[in-house]
Design a protein around this ligand. Structure first.
Ligand code: SAM
Length: 266
């Protein structure tokens, strides 16, 4: 599918998810978003630092914990959604640090800014933009984090080249992501629902590592956390339904779609 078309579909889908109109995207429509966050690695303590409204259950790991953030650092969150990881990062870097969230969906940016205002968080800024063309200056960031987003980009090398550009020398990357242990069946690769659900755009772990290394980042490490299939449980899409029901060719899918942590240094 054409890159522009994919982006339009992803933006529209996440716009509806932000407004809770329709769909779950890469996440769960379950009522207990706190419990979901705990299941993917957030502690009760960390969740206290995040406004509840910022948790849309769209994540697949805890990149902020992986990043071991320090006071005063500048952090950039790619695909910041309603601000979930930005608010946690903001408490870690403190008033002398700064967190920038970038998202291409206007409804997400609006929600995130609203959350910052309502909760009086001043060291966070949400910028409207694309992760393939970051609205961020060269060599201005200490740490890039991202949670379940880069799989949604049809230009993954471009995203990592942008990450490299904005990182200061010695800067680091801590990303939570969905990747594959085995190629997806063709039908699933062509399913829009599977794409929006962070499955269809996922790539093989080895391929992912090569892309990150090609961007210039060093000491690249990818750690597999566990099984992860993110499809809207209420989907009407037959492929999405098949994945969830574990039918036919999708049967082995759960074991082959995994959540991973990606680390690297400039
Ligand atoms: C699965 S959600 C994750 C949101 C957030 N990281 C979280 O964990 O709650 C994906 C987010 O990435 C954004 N996104 C997807 N592709 C993007 C792109 N190419 N540029 C900027 N944002 C993008 C979507 O608008 C959405 O807010």
């Amino acid at each position: 599918m054409d890159k522009k078309k994919i982006k339009k579909i992803v933006r529209e889908a996440y716009g509806k998810i932000a407004q809770k109109q329709e769909g779950c995207g890469c996440g769960t429509c379950g009522p207990d978003t706190r419990q979901f966050a705990k299941s993917i690695g957030y502690s009760e303590e960390e969740l206290k630092a995040i406004p509840d409204e910022a948790n849309l259950a769209l994540s697949c790991g805890n990149p902020t914990a992986l990043a071991s953030l320090k006071e005063g650092e500048v952090v950039l969150d790619l695909g910041s959604g309603a601000g979930f990881d930005c608010f946690l990062a903001a408490t870690n870097v403190g008033p002398n640090g700064k967190v920038i969230g970038v998202d291409m969906t206007p409804e997400m940016i609006e929600k995130a800014r609203d959350n910052a205002k309502k909760n009086g968080v001043e060291n966070v800024e949400f910028r409207f933009g694309e992760i393939e063309n970051l609205p961020v200056g060269d060599k201005s960031v200490d740490v890039v984090i991202s949670n379940c987003v880069i799989n949604l980009s049809a230009e993954k090398l471009r995203v990592f080249q942008e990450i490299y550009r904005v990182l200061k020398s010695g800067g680091r990357v801590a990303i939570s992501e969905i990747a594959l242990k085995k190629e997806l069946p063709q039908k699933i690769q062509e399913s829009i629902e599977a794409y929006v659900g962070c499955v269809g755009g996922a790539i093989l772990v080895d391929e992912y590592k090569k892309i990150v290394e090609a961007s210039g980042l060093k000491e690249v490490k990818i750690t597999i956390n566990g099984s992860s299939v993110c499809i809207d449980p209420n989907t009407k899409d037959p492929i999405g339904k098949a994945i969830l029901d574990g039918l036919g060719e999708s049967e082995s899918l759960e074991a082959n779609v995994v959540s991973v942590y990606v680390e690297g240094h400039k």
